[in-house]
Design a protein. Sequence first.
Length: 240
Amino acid sequence: MLTAGDATTALRVIKDRLRMAAEWTPGAAGAIDAVFLDINMPGLDGLELAGVLAAFATPPVVVFVTAHDDRAVDAFDLGAVDYLLKPLRAERLTESVRRIRAARRIGRVTEPGQPEPDADEVIPVELGGVTTLVHRSDVAWVEADGDYARLHTATGSHLVRIPISALESRWQAAGFLRVHRSYLVALPLVTGIRSVGTGTVVCLRAGEDTPVVELPVSRRHTRELKDRLVRAPRQQWTSR
């Protein structure tokens, strides 16, 4: 394991290791398993360094380890695979290592800032000194709450410092669809659509033992929702 006390030194070390790896095995990018960055560093900060690394032809996997809980969106926008808050807990670090391995196995073929569609993203939620790990696959719908977002699961809701627009962009490939300016829903958990007066609501449930929830669908999102849930499956059946 190599360490550096500032971003400039870290960048030099990373470039040297990647250069040596290319010389040993042309085209290889395996000299660095992952880069762990803090936010505050002398000279360039961690986010600026991550931006430089993201521009590499084959960017290394980046994980942030920091006491700043308000920069997660910026970190994920730069392609970070995880965002760990200090003080570190062993189980949280283990989960981060799993995500690093998944990212390296897949080869980072997705665009910077977008998680791999088959990797179940984990969102750390801090409340009262307790960190709860919320898996994306457990989220039934997301509700906008100002500049924050509330993740609704079968066991309750969790407020995170991430705007709903950022989650919409990151989770599209995982089957989430924006149905309203205030709501993002997991399509696999939708149980139906129905008309209410002149509007439309989408019905979904977070788990088998939870009640069905009805959320409003804005007019501009109704067509896409019906295309994804009704028209596309119908065409698949009629074409068989």
